[in-house]
Design a binder for this molecule. Sequence first.
Ligand code: SME
Length: 168
Amino acid sequence: VLGYANAMYDFTPDAFATPEQRYAGLCDAARALIAGEPDAVANMANLAALIWQFVPDLNWAGFYRMVEGGLVLGPFIGKPACIRIPLGQGVCGAAAASGETQLVADVHAFPGHIACDAASASELVVPVKSATGKVIAVIDLDSPLSARFGPDDAAGIEALAALISSAI
Ligand code: SME
């Protein structure tokens, strides 16, 4: 089972029964897309598009990269966003500083949350780590629904982060 229609760059997800199947499909498609491609920007751009296609109810999906000790906006789908985020600030900065996934049910209750799109209600941020365990980027998903993300989503995006770490 591929989990997507496999026609060149057509990774239209199947109607997945469970989040586990959805994220397994996303990871399969990601593996196929980045295979043999060393360009980090191209890979992050395609991965943001893939997340957007596979994960429903998002208003923003993409990357912030660790550059000289701070986060800098990378490829994404959504409205234009805050370009630089210092470590420890906002949800992304908290994920990058702690190296831990941030699952935020209500962004308005998160101290220091940086509102890029007023429509965002909940957020999932997963650090991407190098082979030596250093945070090299974060994957940020925003939803207009409150409490959109749960442990299944966190586990799915963490699996994706592990899979793509050497490709971005
Ligand atoms: N809300 C994020 C900032 C990034 S945007 O949502 C795209 C944060 O608090 O880190």
